[in-house]
Write a protein that binds this ligand. Structure first.
Ligand SMILES: CC(C)(COP(=O)(O)OP(=O)(O)OC[C@H]1O[C@@H](n2cnc3c(N)ncnc32)[C@H](O)[C@@H]1OP(=O)(O)O)[C@@H](O)C(=O)NCCC(=O)NCCS
Length: 186
């Protein structure tokens, strides 16, 4: 039996190296929101969340119609962290690391879960995720009218680095600016 513990520990380490998400324990906030890496079974919920937020035509670049099945199938799970509460996904953040050492993030929270700290928990987890992978910076783009998102990012120390003028053409033909924000991690 003395050999069993060392062997099981080695197996644990090997599995964790191969599939980090299997071994990362969810972080739980005081109000019952847990954050964990996205899993295969989350694909459809993530796509439906994006489709619902796209319907708002306000905070994210995507607009309807969203191909939910296609999006679910192609969702990049590595780098996606999900927020769960009351058994459902209530938000997500995606960090896309570049070969240049920074990571780009995008996020959304289910409308009826906003202003309850879900976004804060997701950004905190994204910063931790990025630091753990040695990224030196997080970068993002946000529409200038998105006061809630800008307030959330500023709270974590993100600063405005520039403005892309009339950058995004919307379905109705309007051209929206984008603000570039960045957070140095070291
Ligand atoms: C932006 C978003 C992710 C924030 O998520 P959230 O769960 O509501 O965030 P939190 O509750 O943790 O925090 C929001 C912060 O913004 C503040 N806030 C909310 N609305 C605000 C407003 N209109 N003006 C200024 N600050 C505002 C809140 O008071 C809170 O700050 P606090 O923690 O100091 O009190 C969410 O609104 C969302 O998903 N929006 C639609 C998609 C989107 O815009 N994604 C970001 C694209 S860049």
């Amino acid at each position: 039996m003395a050999w069993f513990l060392p062997l099981s520990w080695i197996a644990y380490v090997i599995v964790c190296q191969a599939r980090r998400s299997l071994c990362e324990h969810p972080r739980m906030t005081a109000d019952g929101i847990s954050i964990r890496p996205a899993e295969e079974g989350d694909r459809r919920s993530l796509a439906l969340l994006l489709a619902a937020v796209a319907e708002e035509r306000n905070g994210i670049a995507a607009e309807p119609p969203i191909d939910v099945e296609g999006l679910a199938a192609s969702w990049q799970l590595d780098g996606t962290l999900v927020a769960r509460a009351e058994g459902i996904i209530v938000g997500e953040v995606r960090i896309d690391p570049s070969w240049m050492g920074f990571g780009e993030i995008g996020m959304m929270v289910k409308a009826d879960w906003r202003d309850r700290g879900v976004g804060t928990a997701l950004v905190a987890a994204a910063v931790e995720w990025a630091r753990a992978r040695g990224l030196h910076k997080l970068a993002l783009s946000v529409f200038p009218h998105n006061d809630a998102a800008i307030a959330l990012y500023r709270k974590f120390g993100f600063v405005e680095e520039g403005r892309l003028v009339q950058h995004v053409r919307r379905a109705n033909g309007e051209l929206w600016d984008l603000i570039e924000m960045g957070l140095l991690l070291r």
